[in-house]
Design a protein around this ligand. Structure first.
Ligand code: UDP
Ligand code: MG
Length: 155
């Protein structure tokens, strides 16, 4: 099964929305294999947002990501990178579809509640950026047979 890296941003933590987002993950049947609060710093943000470091909004973005601790999670599931990106919605909360995390919980293009890896390749890099291997609990939940059919698992 795939894994993906999710960060509940300060806009989520400070507004008391961690439980809301975690409930969506659990209700969907996505398996949480790691969860850790972290205070991010400039160094890790320059790596994590390397594609945005030269953009004029980067200083404000970095400050917004350091405003409170964040909650980092590793999620596991079949096709979970794409599934969770769809649940996240497009970047700007005002444009994100209702029903998505950003569409339901954010009015901002920056304070948009969650980060989610955008490809399997990037998920691997991002998971290793935020977690040591021994922090990831790669367990099989007892209800797996009610989350997936054999066909799903062999897809
Ligand atoms: N961002 C921003 N202004 C922009 C574009 C992005 O502040 O014009 C922030 C926003 O918080 C976004 C993050 O930078 O979630 C990463 O941008 P990316 O384009 O990777 O969007 P995402 O993958 O988070 O949808
Ligand atoms: Mg991105």
């Amino acid at each position: 099964m795939e894994q993906t890296l999710v960060i509940l941003k300060p806009s989520c933590v400070a507004r008391g929305l961690m439980g809301n987002v975690i409930s969506r993950i659990e209700n969907k049947g996505i398996i949480i294999t790691a969860m850790k609060m972290m205070q991010l710093d400039e160094k890790i943000l320059r790596e994590h947002y390397a594609h945005l470091v030269d953009r004029p909004f980067f200083p404000e973005l970095a400050a917004s990501m350091m405003a409170t601790p964040v909650l980092c999670l590793v999620l596991k599931g079949v096709d979970v990178v794409n599934v969770f990106r769809k649940m996240t919605g497009v970047t700007n909360g005002r444009k994100a579809e209702p029903g998505t995390i950003r569409g339901d919980l954010s009015m901002s293009g920056q304070a948009n509640i969650v980060h989610a890896s955008d490809s399997v390749e990037n998920a691997k890099i991002e998971i290793s950026r935020f977690f040591r291997p021994d922090e990831i609990m790669d367990y099989t939940p007892a209800n797996l047979g009610f989350l997936y059919s054999e066909d799903d698992l062999n897809a």
